[in-house]
Write a protein that binds this ligand. Structure first.
Ligand code: KG4
Ligand code: ZN
Length: 347
């Protein structure tokens, strides 16, 4: 059991990869649907499913070719079973299970957030266990204590919006394109520090939970206050200033809580994963804190921060070594699924 095909289709990216136990990641390919959903300002689930159908088989052929393998060389297929959009998940799950059945090899359901969580282990140097994971994506904001593969203890999470959602919703209020996080981050570079100050919700709540839903209201108030005409136009410099203040508020809260988690547990390694982990300001802030406070911080390569097939193939490969594999090709998907549910007892 050495060569694992990974298929990711939980939202608006079709990701496929081939991971070899021993040789590492051999090939990966991604198709992003950003342009498809852009004109609607957010993901349209039905369009997402249809596009996954169009992309997944050509992507599988591409990675097999890039890696110099045929489908017959594959030993197991890992696919994202959840959480995510049910129609989109069904595409990846049905293709994975049908292909595995045809090839007579096992199909392996993977939790999308476990893929994100383990993705920094694809980099060199890889973090050793145990570590604190700050999981920051479009749907999740969580702090986990990770003692090993499958040993995940939730320390805190958002009580409302996720950090990625806060970026996306604020970006929309500023009239930026979809997905909003990277757009807002780009605009923030031109913002004047200190021009506006937004609230840091729950930063001093004493626990490791987050809340971001109030931030969009604060951004909306600023946007309204600085609207120039009836079309909702805001001065470009003011827009950049608001983007800067929004990013600062989100980064302050994420970094503050991550540091609190390290302090509370006494651990010295922090892993950051998920789309928001690509944010340069967040990385700069955590790097600075790491050198001041004597901990190490690990990130996935930028291309593996947002959704991708490599993290699914890799998580599948790590799980393969732990589980007895059944050649059972019935499948279901889990649009809502807590990472806690797949956690086994800590040693
Ligand atoms: O992990 P991901 O690709 O998908 C989910 O599992 O949700 O995360 C997507 C989220 C989006 O909210 C997107 O705006 C955000 O990650 N994101 C960023 C950046 N790149 C992606 N947010 C802030 N700065 C970035 N550079
Ligand atoms: Zn994701």
């Amino acid at each position: 059991m050495k060569l694992i095909l990974g298929i990711e289709s939980s939202c608006d990216e079709t990701g496929v990869a081939l991971y070899h136990i021993g040789r590492g990641l051999l090939a990966h390919a991604l198709h992003t649907q950003a342009a498809l959903h852009g004109e609607y300002g957010g993901v349209v689930p039905e369009l997402a499913s249809r596009d996954h159908i169009r992309r997944v088989l050509p992507l599988i052929r591409t990675v097999a070719q890039q890696a110099g393998h045929t489908l017959q060389d594959i030993d197991a297929i890992a696919y994202t079973q959840g959480p995510g959009l049910s129609g989109a998940l069904l595409v990846g799950a049905s293709v994975a299970c049908a292909l595995a059945y045809a090839l007579g090899i096992p199909a392996l359901p993977v939790h999308h957030m476990e893929g994100h969580l383990l993705s920094p282990l694809l980099s060199d140097p890889a973090p050793e266990f145990p570590f604190i994971a700050l999981l920051v994506s479009g749907g999740h904001t969580q702090l986990m204590r990770v003692d090993g593969v499958g040993q995940y203890a939730l320390l805190g999470e958002t009580v409302d919006d996720a950090a990625g959602e806060a970026f996306d919703k604020s970006a929309k209020l500023l009239g930026l394109g979809y997905p909003g996080g990277p757009e807002l981050a780009r605009l923030a570079v031109r913002g004047r520090p200190g021009r506006f100050r937004l609230p840091r919700p729950m930063l001093h709540s004493g626990d490791l939970d987050f809340s971001f839903s109030g931030l969009k209201t604060a951004v909306l108030t600023l946007v309204r206050h600085h609207t120039l005409d009836q079309h909702g136009t805001v001065d470009e410099q003011i827009k950049a200033d608001i983007a800067h203040a929004t990013q600062e508020a989100i980064v302050d809260v994420l970094a503050g809580k991550a540091l609190a988690a390290l302090k509370q547990t006494g651990l010295e390694r922090l892993v950051v994963a998920g789309g928001v982990g690509a944010n340069r300001q967040l990385r700069a802030r955590l790097d600075e804190a790491a050198s001041e406070c004597n901990f190490r911080v690990f990130y996935p390569d930028l291309e593996f921060c947002t959704d991708n097939g490599a993290m699914i193939a890799f998580a599948g490969a790590l799980r393969l070594q732990q589980h007895e594999l059944k050649r059972d090709y019935r499948f279901d998907v889990k649009p809502r699924w807590d990472l806690q549910e797949i956690s086994c007892e800590s040693p």
